[in-house]
Design a protein around this ligand. Structure first.
Ligand SMILES: [Zn+2]
Length: 138
């Protein structure tokens, strides 16, 4: 069960992933809408009666791109012209979509990466300087 005393913000969101290996979002107690981003107001009905909701971490790849010209932070992690990083939109099993790094795929061979492929959250790859979600093939 989620600890509802945590504030609805990015710090709590990434702490759940890093410390508890849980992908959390927000569920509206008024209309049951699920949101993948931690916010204090339901994006559907604007109710402020929201609670933390744990997602399974299972997802499918909806779309992706492989990037060769990377940020300094990604360059330090070994990505670049010789090792493009893959990033994409992932549809969670519960419905919401999230933007995420796609790990464990060959960025030099994007033909091998398939939309619709099953993915799972990788909670180990959170960079505290630049936190972002990461998924890898299930
Ligand atoms: Zn709502």
């Amino acid at each position: 069960m989620a600890d509802d005393t945590k504030q609805f913000n990015a710090t709590s969101y990434f702490a759940y992933i890093k410390d508890e290996k849980k992908l959390m979002g927000i569920r509206c107690r008024n209309c049951s809408h699920l949101s993948s981003t931690p916010r204090t107001m339901c994006p559907s009905c604007h109710s402020k009666d929201v609670e933390w909701h744990e997602f399974s971490g299972k997802a499918k790849l909806s779309t992706f791109t492989c990037i060769s010209i990377v940020s300094v932070a990604m360059g330090k992690r070994g990505y670049g012209r010789d090792n493009p990083c893959c990033t994409g939109i992932v549809t969670l099993e519960e419905g919401p979509r999230v933007s995420a790094h796609i790990l464990g795929v060959d960025g030099n061979n994007p033909q091998s990466i398939k939309t619709g492929m099953a993915l799972v959250l990788d909670p180990e790859e959170i960079d505290p300087e630049d936190p972002a979600l990461a998924f890898r093939p299930a």
